[in-house]
Design a binder for this molecule. Sequence first.
Ligand code: SAM
Length: 610
Amino acid sequence: MFQYYQDRIASIDAERGVSPFLIDTHSRQHNYLRISLTERCNLRCFYCMPSEGIELSPPDHLLSDDEIIRLATLFVRNGVTKIRLTGGEPTVRKGIVEIVGRLNALRQYGLQSIGMTTNGIALHRKLPALVENGLTHLNISLDTLDPFKFEIMTRRMGHNAVLRSLHTALQSPELQSVKLNVVVMRGLNDHEVPDFVEMTRESRVSVRFIEFMPFTGNKWDKAKMVPTTELLARIQMRYPELRKGSDELNDTARSYIIPGHLGSFGFISSMSDHFCGSCNRLRLTADGQIKVCLFDAKEISLRDQMRSGVSDDSLLSTIGRAVRGKKEKHAGMEDIDVVTNRPMILIGGLHRPGPARSLQVSPRFRSLFVQPAVSAHPTAVRCFSTSSVGDTASPPLRLTHIDDSGRASMVDVGQKEPTRRTATASGRIVIPRIAYELVTGGRVEDDARESPTNADAASFRKAQEKARSKGDVLTVAQLAAIMGCKRTAELIPLCHPLQLSHIAVTLHPDSRTASDAPKEAEADFVEGTRSDVGLGQSSARLTYSIMCRATVSCEGKTGVEMEALTAVSVGLLTVWDMLKAVAGKEMIIQDILVEQKAGGRSGSFMRSFP
Ligand code: SAM
């Protein structure tokens, strides 16, 4: 009964609308408050955090729990009905569960929803308590369904943890909405948009595609931004039956549904079609500044006012002054002032995938991931400092093999304690069928095969003899991989020599149908498309390859991923050398990657394959 009256009072309060302090000179009523709980984050997304890092405010400059609750109470009593917690990464704030609980008590004054925008890395275990304490709306940010690309974009591991959080959230009936925020960038993840849309088929998730926005230090460029109109047209080609969904008042996203899908998707077009006219949002930064527009650098410190001992009335008139100063609309995309505004991580975000196994980053983006003068090869990932999840106080990101003056430098591991390290890498070499038959010692059954001409047959027999004279391909390659592994430190300039305790290398032939094979490059090796080694057409669309996998262990101070990768590379190169007489330049070495690693400060990693 008591709850009934409480709810009733809350809804009467809400109907009262917002107080004049929260109405701007363009008659916009601000009933939505976003509170940044921390400047710290356990990811390093390049588009959010400048590559040189950010300077964190001293702890005592940040709002305390009591100050947050005092301000939230003031806002709610003046008409705010929705609060969203953000950051930095809100889940790394100590006492987050209690803060949500204390905000929940503001329902008696008209608060209707408590939302959170999170990267999901540290959410999984906290989620039940958050929901129990009153969390109603959850937005998880995830820009790629490819774990490898995730690492590149966020400069941290943890793709699985995010997926786990998403899964848990979708299983929580108390959550009124679960949304997935995807910042779309041309050449980087825009080709994954259909995969994200496909997620809505079986799950009640609402995916929101966000236009890439400019902030201090995030290397924004118009060409990387994919306008909503273009994305929608692309999705419409694949799903002509899509329909416009219903949008909530003040919702920044324009939503769409595909009949039969459980979830929905939408667009936040902050750049190409801003939503300033219906903007009802105010922001509170972690250091207590009120910010009336994401793109306006102007701020007023409520923290300083509170700490000087002012009354709530006086605080409210300061808030009113800030609100009245809100411009009608933010500047156009070319004119947004990214120089004086904060980087996104210090503001706190918006209102706002069959996944590819290989990294597809357009050349335009490569400079985002690595420091100048360093190769843009994906393996550069290893060079980033990989402090463990939750190590939010880590220094700005840099390549660990580059010193302060930009020169190559070996990392000093003298102070580290040795721990048990293991890593598994794998890769494969795609080969023509004839080479495959040579390796396996058998003939691939294929009735449709044509007879080679006499000349072809003679030259092929010669090549075959030459290849055979080198010995058993797989055994030689296996030994080469082990020997190569032991020499990693001699090959890779800044790798430490390690006392390896175990190296296990396996090589096995693999044939699969073309539809199982993910790479377009393999098309050349699909049976039936080649006849230049004496083979004819075939109806069996198979590709042939040799898979190599290496697991390396040691008790050491640095990881053994490079050793495992070297083993696989040398093993596959040896297969190439053994088979080149019959397969010539036609082979392709591909998919060399780290499958798992364990040990060390950065913890374990297990790649999830689609
Ligand atoms: N750490 C939390 C997270 O990742 O969701 C909350 C803070 S983050 C700043 C809030 C949202 O802003 C995320 O969804 C993120 O993708 C988005 N964001 C950050 N930088 C952006 C940019 N340059 N353009 C568009 N969205 C951006």
